[in-house]
Design a protein around this ligand. Structure first.
Ligand code: SAM
Length: 473
């Protein structure tokens, strides 16, 4: 690749002789030429600037001087084979990103026009664009430098390291920040493994490459969410596997079914104010669990009798119930009513898209167990000395299937139940609901037996699954 840089401070560009970029120039991968703009100024003082037309502070770089300099460097009238790009660094340009670097690494020749003072007369890029030259006005960030040299050096380094043969190990490019995955890189470490009291994650020393890769991926996701929520919001769901989605959801970003990007969610403990929205959500989601095998009337009866706001209000107030909800935070588009009147029926409550509950039954506790608690199946009752919690519900809206919210809710409710003393979790799920059974297995549950369960007057056959809270995820 040929690179030409035009500047009033050619010595500024000497740093490009150093390091990998200098070596690439030495090997011929890069053909670097630096030109002094003042060679094209013809007065005694070699003037390159003048006062701004229309008044104002500072000086503007003259188009005639720049025109002569660039005519010399650009193949204006005799197009060369290949792609040549004129790059004008300016804080008012489009932002230079890794994508821009990748695109420009494909060019055959780049010419950088480094401005100073208030910048270059705006007709210069306009003129070359009109003559068929590909012109890019690029900013390296939202701040103002004194001149375009540093910006040109930044762009040249970012572009040149993508050229074949510049980096010793091209693998270095694969997992970097701002790569195709749209994530920041995970934190990196080297020996010594213990330094000033700081240890590295033991997984890194385990030799288990799959676990290392998973841990790093989770760290990359966590770092991106924490430091660059704008990047988290633009992640491409097609590049996120099931575990990525679970990690992302537990950090507050879920991917709705078919959505182009994740949306912000909050996973939190429910309050009594959620009771109405929870009952609505329960009515929407309960049929998913058993619709193939239980008659619609029985499902409707179960919902109307059991999954009512009073139940959720009682749960939110009961210390023995860990009730976690997932609330969508994305603003919902408001339909404008004709005549500008307030739209009717605008939802005002929390936009709940998932919930999970653990109902704890203390051994030998006096008094009533929590409302809605199911009788423990025999296979669970047989375990003595445990504080047993029924994982009563983990439901997400159908729009949130595969969003990562189910495992994220499961982790959140399990963590809270464990903190509150639950040592054994159990659940019942319909024998035919293989999707749920697979999800619970992934979360560390195993089958312990079966039970018969009454849904709106109809018997349903459930698989009973258990998990010690210290196990699994
Ligand atoms: N008056 C200009 C404005 O407000 O947009 C700023 C001119 S700046 C002081 C002088 C030169 O520094 C620019 O012509 C450009 O070459 C360079 N420069 C300054 N900030 C830059 C940035 N963020 N990205 C790229 N080039 C920059």
């Amino acid at each position: 690749m040929r690179i030409d840089v035009v500047s009033i401070f050619p010595d500024y560009l000497k740093v490009l002789d150093l390091s990998l970029i200098g070596r690439a120039a030495g090997h011929g991968t890069l053909d670097l030429h630096v030109h002094d703009l003042r060679d094209h100024a013809h007065d005694r003082h070699r003037t390159v600037d003048d006062t701004p037309l229309g008044g104002g502070a500072g000086m503007v770089m003259k188009p005639d001087v720049w025109g002569e300099a660039l005519d010399d460097v650009l193949a204006v009238d005799a197009p060369t084979a290949g792609r040549q790009v004129l790059i004008v660094p300016t804080p008012s340009g489009e932002v230079f990103t890794q994508r821009t670097a990748e695109d420009l690494a494909d060019a055959d020749a780049l010419v950088f026009a480094c401005g100073r003072y208030e910048g270059i007369d705006a007709r210069v890029p306009e003129h070359y664009a009109s003559r068929g030259i590909e012109v890019r006005e690029l900013s390296i960030g939202d701040y103002v430098l004194n001149g375009g040299e540093v910006a040109a050096i930044v762009m040249i380094e970012a572009i040149a390291r993508l050229l074949p043969g510049v980096l010793g190990n091209p693998e270095s490019l694969v997992e970097e920040s701002h790569g195709a995955a749209g994530l920041l890189e995970y934190p990196v470490h080297t020996r010594p493994t213990r330094w000033r009291g700081l240890e590295v994650d033991p997984v890194l020393l385990s030799g288990d490459h799959a676990r290392i890769a998973r841990t790093r991926r989770d760290q990359a996701i966590a770092r991106t969410v924490r430091r660059r929520p704008d990047m988290a919001a633009s992640l491409d769901p097609t590049r996120l596997d099931r575990e990525d989605r679970a990690t992302l959801a537990s950090l507050g970003w879920a991917v709705p079914t078919g959505a182009a990007h994740p949306v912000p969610v909050r996973i939190r403990t429910a309050t009594t104010c959620d009771a109405e929205a929870l009952a609505d959500l329960a009515a929407r989601t309960f049929p998913d669990a058993c619709e193939q095998v239980i008659a619609p009337e029985s499902i409707a009866r179960h919902i109307a009798t059991n999954l009512v706001p009073d139940l959720f209000r009682a749960w939110a107030e009961d210390d023995r119930v860990d009730l976690i909800v997932a609330e969508l935070l994305a603003p919902q588009p408001v339909q404008e009513a004709p005549g500008g009147a307030e739209p009717e029926g605008t939802p005002t409550g929390p936009d709940l898209v998932g919930y999970a509950a653990v109902l704890r039954e203390e051994p030998d506790a006096a008094g009533e167990p929590p409302t809605g608690i199911d009788p423990r199946p025999a296979c669970v009752r047989a375990r003595h000395g445990q504080v047993v919690g029924e994982l009563s519900k983990v439901y997400v809206d159908s729009t949130m299937r595969g969003s990562g919210l189910t495992p994220a809710l499961m982790s959140a409710v399990t963590r809270q139940a464990t903190d509150h003393g639950t040592s054994l979790l159990w659940l019942g799920t319909h024998v035919t609901n293989k999707r749920a059974q697979k999800a619970y297995k992934r979360a560390g549950f195993r089958q312990a037996g079966t039970r018969t369960y009454n849904v709106g007057g109809q018997d349903a056959h459930d698989v009973v699954m258990i998990r010690r809270t210290g196990e699994g995820q």
